[in-house]
Design a binder for this molecule. Structure first.
Ligand SMILES: [Zn+2]
Length: 142
């Protein structure tokens, strides 16, 4: 009779669950790329825009998420007019921050600096994710 211990290799069910999570993440990434390719170009949406930088910080429960604070420089010449950022928590399901409308609005008004925040509506298992992304946009125009 063979007894299993906790230290043994993962069960088949665990492997299947792991692979499913990985492929869901890959599908989400492919879907994001497709939407970026399909979106109108930023240059067309805001012709006067010369440069754009987004300072991003994502927090939950008072702590900054891993990888949650960073600066994004937008390649204005080639970027899509789409600001749909993934949730900073990789375990989050169906989350993310779609800032497209608010950021495009600020750029079209020619604002040199704008900021805002967005709460993730995804879920972590049974619980809501609820991470809050704060952003500051710094833009120049020509
Ligand atoms: Zn989330």
């Amino acid at each position: 009779m063979i007894e299993r211990t906790a230290a043994q290799a993962p069960t088949r069910q665990e492997v299947v669950l792991y692979n499913r999570r990985v492929s869901e993440a890959a599908l989400r990434a492919a879907d994001r790329r497709r939407r970026e390719d399909d979106a109108p170009r930023l240059r067309g949406a805001v012709p006067a825009l010369d440069s754009l930088r987004l300072e991003i910080e994502e927090r939950r429960g008072g702590g900054v998420l891993a990888g949650g604070a960073h600066i994004r420089r937008i390649m204005v010449e080639h970027a899509p007019a789409l600001f749909d950022l993934p949730c900073g928590d990789r375990a989050c399901k169906d989350g993310g921050h779609d800032l497209t409308r608010t950021i495009l609005g600020a750029l079209q008004r020619g604002e040199p600096r704008f900021e805002g925040e967005d709460r993730c509506s995804g879920s972590l298992g049974e619980a809501p994710c609820g991470s809050v992304l704060r952003y500051v946009g710094i833009a120049t125009y020509r």
